[in-house]
Design a protein around this ligand. Structure first.
Ligand SMILES: [Fe+2]
Ligand SMILES: [Fe+2]
Length: 166
């Protein structure tokens, strides 16, 4: 599948999950927990394939996307911190709903930036988006758990991986 199509589909899927959360009753604690677990796993999978595959490929192919990619990585870190907290929380806890709401807002903002500027650069970059999409699809299937410490899935942060490769 085309890389941008895959990423856009992920964005739409997670957006729908946040919407489902909003539509749950305030006391639907079991339903909330289930949905949040799903949101956290989907965001983890998505962040992993972007950080391991899409971002480094774009960074290499489109040097003028550097600032956007740096920003995106910082935003991922904020998303992951909230994902990590929510994973360890109970839906009865104070601030649970607030954290889900803020997480949704972060994700919305981040997705908007990706789908506008970043995807435009990716299209212009000459990257083989079909090959990258295939790689990402395969990697996505391997990610099955949300790390509780908010770190990357494997091999340290994207920054570590970059410096290690130098
Ligand atoms: Fe992202
Ligand atoms: Fe994304």
């Amino acid at each position: 599948m085309d890389a941008l199509k895959l990423l856009k589909q992920d964005h739409a899927d997670v957006k729908a999950l946040f919407k489902d959360y909003e539509n749950l009753g305030g006391r639907a604690f079991a339903g909330k927990k289930k949905l949040v677990d799903k949101i956290c796993l989907e965001l983890t999978k998505h962040a992993t394939i972007e950080e391991e595959i899409f971002y480094p490929a774009l960074r290499a192919a489109a040097p003028d996307s550097e600032d956007q990619l740096d920003e995106a990585e910082v935003e991922h870190a904020s998303v992951k911190a909230l994902v990590s907290q929510l994973t360890q929380m109970d839906p009865h806890d104070d601030l649970y709903d607030a954290k889900v709401k803020v997480l949704g807002e972060y994700v919305n903002h981040h997705v908007k930036e990706e789908e506008s500027e970043m995807f435009t650069k990716a299209r212009q970059s000459g990257l083989d988006l079909t090959a990258i999409g295939q790689q990402m699809g395969a990697r996505k299937d391997e990610v099955e758990v949300v790390p509780v410490d908010g770190s990357m899935m494997s091999g340290g942060s994207a920054t570590d991986q970059r410096s290690a490769g130098r």
